[in-house]
Design a protein around this ligand. Structure first.
Ligand SMILES: Cc1ncc(COP(=O)(O)O)c(C=O)c1O
Length: 384
């Protein structure tokens, strides 16, 4: 297999393999990123607010062209989800359907907006919201559905859009982990939804030098509303039509992201090649590799296996210097802060089973061939 961005060559087999690191990538992009940051500092134009420079708009244009959509730069992925709810008028008295098998922010933002998160279990094969269970959870108070394109994979967006359309609901995609992904029919984020929320947290496939995010939509009016929402609901200077927040991305993050965006396709190719390599090593064993539905363009933000004796395998990997992690060890329905929602253990069996069996392996693009070979060797040795 090719090593699209390996600058270090083959690492000795005994060297630790981290779950994730940015130092190798930094050597490749350093000159361009430093020049981009210097341009911002020299301009002294730091925000997307009133005294904005060109940096935010430039990044929004470039990413928008790539996604065929309008992009509104936001301060973080979390803020993007919250701002989407505020902009669409979702709040007190409303219910929002989502998955309990996700990062906390998904349901945290529904709750912060004032609405009630209503959880629906996942499809055990893909780990995504089980669309076949969604309709039964819809009530007269349901306002929206928030599917999460977990680990870099999208479900069949037309299927969910059909349900949403029949019930007059909005779809807000949590695409924090899935920039560049495509569903089984080639649809991108925000194609069959009102909007999608991106995160550029540094570990993401496109990562900033700090916190950043974006809202993506194909609606011109909604994009304008998102721009107002990120600026306290302002329509013209000091006139506030509704309550928004300070959800602005800063110009340094936009400049860094604009550089890194140029590398994204190559990084995705490498992630997909690493995933294909692991798939081939694990086939015919007790290890269940991630299921990618036919036709999807999976961007492998995480490469997550499902295994027997997961915790023992995790200890074995740690002892052998191979990084791994559990995304996620606890369903959101069992979080203390959501106790008042009334869910009990056993409410979502597929989520609870996944929490006990999943393990994420190193899949970042700068991994060398010998590193991924070592990851597979150490895992297969455990099950021998
Ligand atoms: C599924 C999901 N939703 C939301 C977020 C929140 O994004 P951020 O960390 O940029 O606020 C993340 C980030 O980890 C995520 O993975």
């Amino acid at each position: 297999m090719t090593q699209a961005h390996s600058t270090t060559g083959s690492a000795p087999a005994h060297k630790p393999v981290p779950l994730f690191e940015l130092a190798t990538q930094w050597q490749v992009i350093r000159n361009e990123v430093e020049a981009a940051i210097k341009e911002v500092l020299d301009s002294q134009q730091y925000t997307s607010g009133a005294a904005s420079g060109p940096f935010i708009g430039r990044f929004e244009d470039h990413l928008g062209k790539k996604l065929g959509a309008q992009v509104v730069a936001i301060s973080s992925g979390t803020d993007a989800i919250l701002a989407a709810h505020m902009a669409l008028g979702i709040g007190h008295g409303h219910e929002v359907i989502t998955t309990p098998f996700t990062f906390f922010a998904t349901a945290g933002c529904i709750s912060r907006a004032g609405a009630r998160p209503v959880f629906v279990d996942i499809d055990p094969k893909t780990f995504l919201l089980d669309y076949s269970l969604v309709e039964a959870a819809i009530t007269k108070n349901t306002k929206a559905i928030v599917p999460v394109h977990l680990y870099g994979q999208m479900g069949d967006t037309a299927k969910l859009a059909d349900i949403a359309c029949r019930h007059g609901l909005d779809i807000i995609e949590d695409a924090a982990q899935s920039i560049g992904a495509k569903d089984p029919h080639g649809k991108q984020i925000a194609e069959n939804a009102r909007c999608a929320c991106l995160s550029f947290y540094p570990t993401k496939n496109l990562g900033a030098a700090g916190d950043a995010g974006a809202l993506v939509t194909r609606g011109e009016k909604l994009a304008q509303r998102f721009r107002q929402t990120r600026q306290h609901g302002e329509t013209s200077r000091y006139n506030h039509e509704f309550v928004g927040g300070n959800f602005r991305m800063d110009a340094i993050q936009a400049a860094v992201l604009d550089v890194k965006l140029r590398y994204l396709d190559r990084w995705h190719d490498r992630r997909r090649a690493i995933a294909a390599y692991y798939d081939s090593r694990f086939s015919g064993t007790d290890i269940v590799p991630p299921y990618a539905a036919p036709g999807v363009y999976h961007v492998y933000h995480q490469y997550v296996i499902r295994v027997p004796r997961r915790d023992a395998l995790r200890d074995h990997l740690t002892q052998n210097g191979v990084g791994c992690n559990i995304f996620y060890p606890k369903g959101l329905h069992l979080q203390a802060c959501f106790a008042d929602l009334g869910y009990k253990r056993g409410a979502f069996p597929q989520t609870e089973k996944a929490c006990e069996e999943v393990l994420a392996l190193p899949v970042f693009p700068e991994l060398t061939d010998s590193q991924i070979q070592r990851v597979a060797d150490v895992i297969l040795a455990f099950y021998k």
